[in-house]
Design a protein around this ligand. Sequence first.
Ligand SMILES: C=C/C=C(\O)C(=O)O
Length: 264
Amino acid sequence: MTEVAAVLEEAARTGAPCAPVRSLLPKADIEAAYAVQRLYVERGIAAGRRLVGRKIGLTSPAVQRQLGVDQPDFGALFADMAVPEGVPVASGLLLQPKVEAEVALVLGTDLPHRDPTVADLLRATAFALPALEIVDSRIADWDITIVDTIADNASCGLYVLGGTPVPLERVDLRSVTMTLTKNGETVSEGTGADCLGSPLTAALWLASTLAGLGDPLRAGDIVLTGALGPMAVAAGGDEFTAHIEGLGTVTTTFASAATEGAGA
Ligand SMILES: C=C/C=C(\O)C(=O)O
């Protein structure tokens, strides 16, 4: 496990993507891949990073098709991965960024049960927000299988949360429609139902999985529930806006090296 973690750390440190790590792991061993991810999380916490929640990945049939997998996964969200709206994503921070539009849930109470119900989840959720997940892969050309992405913290790079909290009484997350634009052009579309049937179903999967691992979701946690549509490639100078009906909009821009150099 430590060898795989070291390969991924080196890729992040140098900015040079590495070869797929699946050949270094027991064949298709998802538990081994999560063990690598746990090392990354434990090292982050030991270094003073604040764990603030989880992302769910591989929830949309479109993304599953893009990556050739058939099940969801999860990764860790640290506070230092959050980019406030209005602050450009610095150039050179990410290796191969892509953007996804998602529903974020913020919990008001713990979700300790292995068999949580929708009622438990609705009661536990303080509010929802529109969100952009900026996924990134430390593996060259995004040549990933499920074990590669799990070991690589579920390919999570950064995330942007919208600023207007919406209580769940006000929105039916299964039927929301999402449009993601890049520089004004639509690049991805989907609905709540495209996220494992509903963002709530995805969150229940995560709550149950983490409770089963003895590390349940806690009050205050942010849950990125998974892409509602295909991911879109990002480059310096791009602006992305997601509109999720009933939740509002969230926007981010990617600085280009040239504008950063000019102090823009
Ligand atoms: C490889 C990353 C996939 C996701 O983040 C997703 O499907 O939401």
